[in-house]
Design a protein around this ligand. Structure first.
Ligand code: HEC
Length: 156
C-alpha cells in the first residue's frame, strides 16, 4: 500500500515538474534573449501593488515638475526608462554628461542616480535629489513596472 502511494506521488511530482519546465520553454521567443537585467537588490522582481501606487504618487509629486511619461519636458520622457541606455531618448537634448554616460538604467543605477545625479554624471543638468531610500525604491519600482508592461505589449 505504502509502495503504491509513493509511486503515485512520483508520477504526480513528475507531472508537475514536467509542466513547470515545459511551460516557459514553449513560450520562449527571440525577445527573451534580450530580457532586461533583473534581480536587482534595490527592487525585487515582484513588488506589492501598494508600493507601485506609492511610487506613482511620488513620481507625480516629485518628478512631475520636470518629467512626464510620454513627453519630453525639462527632463526626458520616462516610459521604458528602466532597462534603457542612459541618454538615449533621440529627440531630447541631454547634457554632455548624460550623452557620455555609458550606463543602463537598472534599479541599482537609478537608485544611485536619484540619490545624487551629479555623483553618477558630473555636470548633469538634473539638479534634483530624492534623499529617502524608501521613496527611491517606490519610484523605481513604479518606473520598472512601466517597462515590464511595455515589454509584454511588445510581445503581442
Ligand atoms: C528640476 C527638474 C527635475 C526633477 C524634479 C527631476 N528630474 Fe530627472 N532629469 C532632469 C533633467 C534636466 C534631466 C536630463 C539630465 C541631463 O541631460 O544631464 C533628467 C534626467 C533624468 C534621467 C535620465 C533619463 C535618461 O533618458 O537617461 C532619469 C532616470 C531621471 N531624470 C529620473 C528622475 C526621477 C525618477 C525624478 C523624480 C524622483 C526626477 N528625475 C526628477 C530634470 C529633473
Amino acid at each position: 500500500m505504502k509502495f503504491r502511494l509513493s509511486i503515485a506521488l512520483c508520477i504526480l511530482a513528475a507531472f508537475f515538474f514536467g509542466t513547470a519546465f515545459a511551460g516557459p520553454a514553449q513560450q520562449s521567443s527571440p525577445q527573451d534573449a534580450r530580457r532586461m537585467p533583473t534581480g536587482d537588490s534595490v527592487v525585487p522582481d515582484t513588488v506589492s501593488q501598494a508600493l507601485l501606487e506609492r511610487g506613482e504618487k511620488l513620481y507625480v509629486r516629485r518628478c512631475g515638475g520636470c518629467h512626464s511619461l510620454d513627453r519630453n519636458r525639462t527632463g526626458p520622457r520616462h516610459r521604458g526608462v528602466y532597462g534603457r541606455k542612459a541618454g538615449s531618448v533621440a529627440d531630447f537634448r541631454y547634457s554632455k554628461a548624460l550623452q557620455l554616460l555609458n550606463l543602463i538604467w537598472t534599479a541599482e543605477t537609478l537608485d544611485r542616480w536619484l540619490e545624487n545625479p551629479a555623483a553618477v554624471a558630473r555636470g548633469t543638468s538634473m539638479g534634483f535629489r530624492l534623499g529617502k531610500a524608501d521613496e527611491r525604491k517606490a519610484v523605481i519600482a513604479y518606473l520598472k513596472s512601466l517597462s515590464d508592461t511595455a515589454e509584454r505589449q511588445g510581445k503581442n
